[in-house]
Ligand binder design. Sequence first.
Ligand SMILES: [Zn+2]
Length: 438
Amino acid sequence: MSPSHELLQRLPDGTVKQVNPFTGTQVWTMPGRGKRPLPAALDEPTPLPPGGVADSCAFCPGHHLDNPPEKARLVRDGDGWRTLTGLDVSQLDATEPDFRRIPNLFEICSADYWRLNHGVLPTQEVQERAREYLADPDGRAHLDRVWRLKHRLQKETGDPSAEDLLRAAVGWLGTTHELVIPRRHHVDGATDTAQLASSGELTVSEHRAYFSMSVQAMADLYRSNAAVRYVSVFQNWLKPAGASFEHLHRQVVAIDEVGAHVDGAADTLARNPNAFNEYLLDVAIEHGLVLAANDHAVAIAGFGHRYPSIEIYSLADRQEPWRLSPVQLDAMSDLVHAMHAAGGARLSCNEEWHHRPPQLDEGPVETDLPVPFRIVLKWRISTLAGFEGATKIYLNTLSPWDVRDRVLPELERLRAEGRIAGMRIGDECRLPKGSIPV
Ligand SMILES: [Zn+2]
């Protein structure tokens, strides 16, 4: 039996059974449920005041002092972008950032985590910058404000000592959990609360900047300390996907394990270096599930995921995102952007990045395993229930072909309107099997 048959089967009644080749996840799509409109993950819209300001959002311009000290910002510079780092409080309003990197107020792995579990201390540079930040009266007021904000959210009271503020500053300036935040909350000219500035609403150039800033954050976090084994990058869009803010943001988190996904991919690749072609991209090509492609990346309707999914693969011969050329990185960005745009701003979705960590080869067995850089978008249109818990078989309302049939016409429309980058769509792709370099 070919892998293609085992991994993706259509039964006589129309039921689609899918198996994920790397995780073994089993998914069924029952027939006749794919034509329904997708549920919108937003409350009933209410009118926005002129200017479209969301007053209570800590990620919006005007609220920069509600966030911990900024790591970096991107500002427009002619047709391009300029990165500014290490700004003091007095410099925050001097430029208008389109994208910012800031520490997450509630990080997954804290400075204590790295110190107590791994003996890793903040760098000299971080400690010096924290002392300087605290010595500046505006800086101290900023740290005090964010410290109180955090403790209020944790339902704690009290006043911070200078030592508390220094510790907080060291934690934030040396953070291993960053957010990358675009400027807009709503689209320009929005008149109601539902007109959110999603990934797909960014321009092609803005999405490229957002994407490469996320890759830079990832590379920086790998360098931040020796105990970092993996940097997880993800974006949760709207509440069903786990987002606590409607303001678009991506998270970049350093952890001390590579996680089951990388382990699973590494195990499979150790047995068959061509696994991502044979079990995945070739299967998608054979079943007509290619959505779009450009010279360095391809997007397919995914299979074997708990939710209807789109997978975007880099076809670059290098696996680590920070080693891709700007053109190769932009190619990934363009497809991710187009797929978000095709899903629409009201569709709740998780964006999960997968890549080869730099230390993967240090184990006794693995040697240069070709784990491709890929991004999975999961449409959060259903809720897992008892059946899934009891059987570990997941029910999807949309088969991979249903996803394809929804996405292709949207891509055609968006391309005709010039809202996405140039790319080949559907049958235009003519991708040969074995396209992922090994
Ligand atoms: Zn906002």
